[in-house]
Design a protein around this ligand. Sequence first.
Ligand SMILES: NC(=O)C1=CN([C@@H]2O[C@H](COP(=O)(O)OP(=O)(O)OC[C@H]3O[C@@H](n4cnc5c(N)ncnc54)[C@H](OP(=O)(O)O)[C@@H]3O)[C@@H](O)[C@H]2O)C=CC1
Ligand SMILES: O=C(O)[C@@H]1CCC=N1
Length: 270
Amino acid sequence: MPQQHVAVLGTGKIGEALLSGMIRAGWAPANLLVTARRPERAEELRTRHGVTPVTNAEAAKRADTLIVTVKPQDMGALLTELAPHLPADRLVISGAAGIPTTFLEERLPEGTPVVRVMTNTPALVDEAMSVISAGSHATTAHLAHAEEIFGAVGKTLRVPESQQDACTALSGSGPAYFFYLVEAMTDAGILLGLPRDKAHELIVQSAIGAATMLRDSGEHPVKLRENVTSPAGTTINAIRELEIHGVRAALIAALEAARDRSRELASGNS
Ligand SMILES: NC(=O)C1=CN([C@@H]2O[C@H](COP(=O)(O)OP(=O)(O)OC[C@H]3O[C@@H](n4cnc5c(N)ncnc54)[C@H](OP(=O)(O)O)[C@@H]3O)[C@@H](O)[C@H]2O)C=CC1
Ligand SMILES: O=C(O)[C@@H]1CCC=N1
């Protein structure tokens, strides 16, 4: 296991999910630095994970790799704070939605290698989907290092940076759509007279079963759905309602809106 110093800057939900996954995967907490805006948050991270809280400037000086997980709107201010302290050979990985690698490259020392990653919250259970793109000074070795880090919390995929906003809409935000669906289907269970806890259990196990089949069966989703849909049966009645209510079109429009918002974040719109 590499024993380089890695710093997570702006350790909130995603930063902590990544940090905890790296520790589960064998990274020594002694080699992990974190930064937080609030001192009580920094102490919480030290107590919970045994990592070392430092200032952003210290992280820039001490870490070989810096992973920046602040909100897109906080990125500019953080980079301004980092830049005077950062040696140009340090790898900077951005986990922020919408922010292009050029945004970081323009604000960091000339030649700084930057990698952009869009992960998702299933990092908490080592089932993340992280998509990875190189900035103009990042080499394949830098990409491989980012894959090693994010591989600790799930699957990784290299994509051209031009696809990052679309990936953010699909997998970055993706878990939220499934949670929303489960919430709505549980409400349907209530309408049909089931207790909430039973409805929840039925839907969650069905989701796990369906997700496992999608991943492991090698079958196309259409075939899997057809196998559930008996002639003159129950499922086709539900599918007809989904089509009447435009659920497919709603999903396409929803993901397009998420992609557009990711693009807007690049221009600093709050
Ligand atoms: N949540 C998600 O599902 C996903 C989020 N992302 C991306 O990850 C990033 C973080 O999101 P998320 O974890 O949800 O957000 P959080 O708000 O939970 O985490 C961001 C953290 O950064 C801290 N922070 C802000 N500015 C500074 C600074 N200058 N120095 C040190 N710490 C700072 C914030 O402090 P404070 O607590 O004081 O505000 C906060 O704790 C975003 O860019 C988002 O686009 C990517 C994929 C999925
Ligand atoms: O909603 C957001 O902006 C972040 C990025 C992807 C998931 N959550």
